[in-house]
Design a protein around this ligand. Structure first.
Ligand SMILES: Nc1ccn([C@@H]2O[C@H](COP(=O)(O)OP(=O)(O)OP(=O)(O)O)[C@@H](O)[C@H]2O)c(=O)n1
Ligand SMILES: O=P(O)(O)OC[C@@H](O)[C@@H](O)[C@@H](O)CO
Length: 443
């Protein structure tokens, strides 16, 4: 398994990675995730992410692993998922030679850690083989050969640490382990003339998915012994372990979220899941103002009905600053004159924590006028200030929107306009549409 890997070794230090929760494969963001006690693994584990394909079935020019989801290449989500698993030592990304520069740029831009970039091959097996070989050739003094290698398609972005742990432990015990899922369609065999020959009893079969795990020795031996035909036409690493090492993989039922992006529609599905995950909650800052607190109470009810959590806080100081680490969405309520510095302070705090590096943060400035309707000139001034702030925040992946509402005397009318504001705010958070950035919407 000779390969001359190209090493892009990103710094292993974790100190500048923001400690905020990661996307959960089930679309949930568990706030305590970054506080979650890590799963223990007492042997070295590394991962190989085959990403050397062209994604022909998407019909797109750009290989699907590099297609953007919310402005970030799909592969960056997969890398991030493994980066956050403390017991994963090295992430080997295997890309086509012509994409090595692009992959290095992605690593630099999103400050990915623990990553080696290795040239792929003409088939998936050849790419995986290159990745496995690179793990044995690591020249880094601190690195040593992994006991277990996890292989995971780079286009399966939703990775569950608990399941990875199961695969790694089973691979160590058994020599190989793989994720399986129930078949959705029945498998049939056709005659050479294109007619039905026979069908398989679906209940007896499963779909082989990723992640898979192997002891390093088993996967190395399998690739050393396999044939050119295996390299050219094979799609199953578990089969190689059985065929060439006599290793019967342990099969483990995987979560429904380990699906692979194959077609163009899958990219849209992946982006929708990511958006949904980022929009689970928001932090509303009242400044301690009575009218803002009253508005927050109404919004909390409406957000709850939309299955979104609204955390209300007077400010982002002291213990309240934790929201800067736990939320990607902020609503700043100001009463009467618009004070750009209040919103600017949130932008500065998000930047200081590098919070929008991987995922866009949303800030909604909610202007509640409790006295007379603002004059035309004041509206113009406020709109201009908002657009200015939004244009400086946008390059930092911070999306700033504005909503203006007037607090009417009549309580029923108040509830209606507050409910309208909540609908607008939740839509802005969920859609994260850059086109509305800097716009001052009227509730
Ligand atoms: N020569 C190859 C071919 C595929 N892969 C990777 O293997 C994974 C799963 O393969 P698949 O979904 O088939 O990707 P593509 O081969 O790119 O898709 P297509 O068959 O539609 O071209 C992908 O991450 C893909 O980049 C690889 O590393 N090297
Ligand atoms: O066949 P494709 O290249 O589309 O995708 C690879 C899949 O086959 C593979 O990930 C699982 O079936 C497990 O081997």
């Amino acid at each position: 398994m000779e390969v001359s890997p190209v090493y892009m070794q990103s710094d292993d230090s974790e100190q500048d990675r923001p400690a905020y929760p990661r996307l959960f494969p089930t679309g949930e963001t568990r706030k305590s995730d970054h506080l979650k006690a890590g799963l223990c693994v007492d042997f070295p584990v590394s991962v190989v992410l085959p990403a050397g394909g062209t994604g022909e079935r998407t019909g797109l020019q750009t290989p699907k692993q590099f297609c953007p989801c919310l402005g970030r290449p799909l592969i960056s989500y997969t890398v991030e998922s493994f980066e956050r698993v403390s017991w994963i030592q090295t992430i080997v990304v295997v890309v086509a030679k012509e994409n090595i520069g692009l992959m290095m740029d992605i690593i630099q831009r999103f400050q990915h850690k623990k990553v080696l970039v290795v040239p792929g091959g003409s088939t998936r097996h050849r790419s995986i083989c290159n990745g496995v070989a690179a793990l044995g050739e690591q020249r880094r003094p601190a690195a040593h050969k992994p006991k277990v290698v996890i292989i995971h398609d780079a286009v399966r972005p939703f990775v569950d640490e608990d399941f990875l742990h199961k695969i790694a432990m089973a691979a160590k015990e058994q020599g190989a382990a793989g994720a399986i899922r129930p078949l959705v369609s029945t498998v049939i065999a056709t005659t050479s003339e294109g007619y039905l020959d026979h069908s398989l009893e679906r209940a007896k079969y499963r779909a082989s998915e990723m992640p898979q795990g192997f002891t390093y020795d088993v996967i190395c031996e399998a690739y050393k012994k396999c044939t050119e035909s295996d390299f050219e036409f094979g799609t199953e690493c578990l089969h190689l372990a059985l065929q060439y090492c006599g290793t019967n993989a342990k099969l483990i039922d995987g979560p429904p979220t380990l699906w692979k992006v194959t077609y163009k529609r899958d990219l849209a599905a992946a982006e929708s899941i990511i958006k949904e995950t980022l929009s689970q909650s928001a932090c509303l800052i009242t400044g301690g103002l009575e009218a803002a607190v009253a508005l927050a109470n109404v919004l909390q009810k409406v957000f709850g009905a939309l299955n979104m959590e609204l955390n209300v806080t007077p400010d982002l100081m002291g213990g309240n600053a934790r929201h800067l680490l736990e939320d990607w969405n902020f609503i700043k309520v100001s009463v009467d004159p618009f004070c750009p510095s209040e919103v600017e302070a949130i932008i500065v705090a998000l930047e200081a924590g590098n919070r929008a590096l991987l995922n866009p943060a949303v800030i909604i400035w909610m202007h509640l006028s409790v006295t007379e309707e603002p004059s035309t000139s004041r509206r113009a001034t406020e709109s201009a200030a908002l657009i200015d702030l939004a244009s400086t925040a946008r390059p930092r992946n911070i999306l700033l929107y504005g909503i203006r509402l007037h607090q009417p005397e009549d309580s029923e009318q108040w509830d209606r306009s507050a409910s309208r504001v909540a609908d607008i705010a939740s839509a802005l958070i969920r859609d994260r549409n850059p086109a509305f950035v800097g716009q001052l919407l009227q509730a």
